[in-house]
Design a protein around this ligand. Structure first.
Ligand code: ZN
Length: 378
């Protein structure tokens, strides 16, 4: 039983899409207008299939529904996170997403808080993030007057930039960007402005002005990058790009062996640069996988790994309950091993060795029954 769920990405053709997903990551994209790669994803609009192992052929949403123990028994109704790689050959509309409360009430969906890491971009590539209105009235007036040049906060970006985009933040990806996006698993977008672009029939795309005004946070407050933490790890660095109630995103930059700690119910990993091995299996940029419940991960190799950790941080009480439960089960297992050795006699080393695999099997089962994933040594 492996610690990893390897997932097959789903691709989305978009009018603004391109072919970088093929050129940079070697994906078999459906056309030269492919805008998005969804992986890992369990969203109904792009549910990933498990590529190998005991759950091979099943969708990630099905495994999440039927084997919640692999995801730390979290209570969420649906798989909470979604990761995309976005190739914007053209400007995306200026948009805003609702929070959980608004989306639950009006759309029967999760809200959408997201974050972006710039994988690559052309020179002079722009981004829209936030606005300059100081009050809701100013925001409404600017929208009514079509005064988006003044309203929108627009600037140049470069490779490696990071942006945290809480629900309620007006934003737009502009042409020339290749973006890694980690977000709540939601597909609710309110379009504020679409540059008055017309399709071949002369029609503009639908806007959602009322909803946009409802949900936009005024005034805009940029994310404080000073909150980011960077540390040296064995053969590399780890940078925590953001840690919020919705997700934590870590960037691992590694050049050799490491055993990566996992203190979250589960983790979604995307390799965005380089190659190496994970749990003995060769991996390369463009691979995505889910690490099951609290499993540490043995990795070797170079590259950058982006990893949004599973869900909201647990409350202190839950952490304590978890630790106590884990301590108890470890105590029981140690006693089991002791008893076995006693039964066989200390001098019967050969028999003990033979029984070791049986004991390990029992240990594994005990861990699973208690809702924990067995440690790598077992
Ligand atoms: Zn968005």
């Amino acid at each position: 039983m492996g610690h990893i769920l390897w997932v097959e990405p789903v691709f989305k053709e978009m009018i603004w899409g391109g072919k970088q997903l093929k050129e940079k990551y070697g994906y078999a994209i459906p056309s030269d207008q492919t805008g998005e790669c969804w992986a890992p994803s369990a969203h109904p609009n792009g549910d990933n299939t498990i590529k190998e192992g005991e759950f091979k052929g099943q969708t990630l949403s099905k495994v999440f529904d039927e084997h919640r123990e692999l995801f730390g028994n979290i209570k969420d109704k649906q798989f909470p996170l979604l990761v995309k790689i976005i190739d914007a050959c053209n400007d995306l509309s200026v948009q805003v997403h609702p929070n959980d409360e608004y989306a639950g009430l009006h759309e029967n969906s999760l809200g959408k808080t997201e974050c972006w890491y710039v994988l690559d971009c052309k020179e002079d590539t722009k981004m829209v993030m936030g606005h300059h209105a100081k009050t809701k009235e100013e925001l409404v007036k600017a929208i009514e007057n079509d005064d988006y040049d003044q309203l929108l906060n627009k600037f140049d970006i470069k490779k490696g930039d990071f942006f945290y985009i809480p629900s309620g933040t007006i934003h737009a990806i502009c042409k020339g960007s290749l973006i890694y996006e980690a977000q709540q698993s939601s597909d609710i977008t309110y379009r504020v402005y679409d540059y008055h672009r017309k399709d071949k029939d002369g029609n503009e795309r639908q806007l959602h002005v009322k909803q946009s005004i409802d949900v936009t946070t005024v005034p805009y407050k940029p994310y404080d990058l000073a909150k980011q933490v960077e540390e040296t790890i064995e053969n590399g660095t780890r940078k925590e790009l953001v840690s919020s109630n919705y997700l934590t995103l870590n960037k691992y930059d590694m050049t050799g062996y490491n055993k990566v700690k996992n203190d979250k119910p589960f983790q979604l990993v995307s390799i965005i640069e380089g190659q190496g091995t994970v749990e003995g299996k060769e991996v390369k940029k463009g691979d995505h996988f889910v690490i099951r419940f609290y499993s540490p991960l043995e990795t070797i190799g170079g590259g950058i790994v982006l990893e949004p950790n599973g869900v909201k941080r647990r409350k202190r009480k839950e952490i304590n309950e978890h630790d106590i439960k884990k301590e108890n089960i470890e105590k029981n297992i140690k006693e089991d091993i002791k008893e076995n050795i006693k039964k066989n006699g200390n001098d019967n080393a050969e028999k003990n060795r033979k029984e070791k695999s049986v004991i390990y099997k029992q240990i594994e089962e005990k861990y699973l029954a208690a809702g924990f994933f067995p440690p790598l040594t077992a």
